[in-house]
Write a protein that binds this ligand. Structure first.
Ligand code: TYD
Length: 138
């Protein structure tokens, strides 16, 4: 996968004077079955999360509150996405290096994943990631 496979996905937005509502359904809005949901919160200013690639996991990331940047790298090119609204999210396919930074105070990052948690799915070494991209094994 490369950066061309990354997409911003707009979610339904039900505008209502009582407060707005958005939702996400697997397959209708996401190209994968949701097997896990987790969220990042209380991130101290200046902290960076991520800093790894997944061999198999696809993710969809929403800024439910506040804002943060997602930096993606396919081994050839890097791109930065700023997420700051709860009615769209970022689809990140497997095999990309990802970092998250610049979290605003009280930001809440909601992440949907295509796999249950598996430590073995992580690549933590950037040089190994580059090697795998170059030899086509990722
Ligand atoms: P990690 O994925 O490295 O966090 P991030 O990429 O956001 O910096 O996970 C941090 C810790 O949390 C690590 O010890 C594994 C654990 N963890 C789970 O147990 N289940 C999960 O679904 C996730 C995402 C993390």
């Amino acid at each position: 996968m490369n950066l061309d496979d990354v997409k911003i996905i707009d979610l339904p937005k039900i505008l209502d004077a009582r407060g707005n509502l958005s939702f996400v359904e697997q397959f209708t809005h996401l190209p994968f079955a949701i097997q896990r949901t987790y969220w990042l919160y209380d991130v101290p200013g200046g902290e960076c999360r991520g800093g790894h690639a997944y061999r198999n996991t696809q993710e969809f990331i929403i800024a439910l509150s506040g804002s943060f940047d997602v930096l993606l790298d396919d081994g050839f090119e890097k791109r930065k996405y700023t997420l700051n609204r709860s009615y769209y999210g970022l689809y990140v396919p497997q095999g990309l290096w990802r970092e998250m930074e610049n979290f605003s105070t009280n930001s809440l990052a909601l992440e949907f994943a295509s796999t249950p948690y598996d430590e073995g799915d992580y690549i933590y070494d950037y040089q190994e990631f580059i090697k795998m991209k170059n030899n086509g094994s990722l």
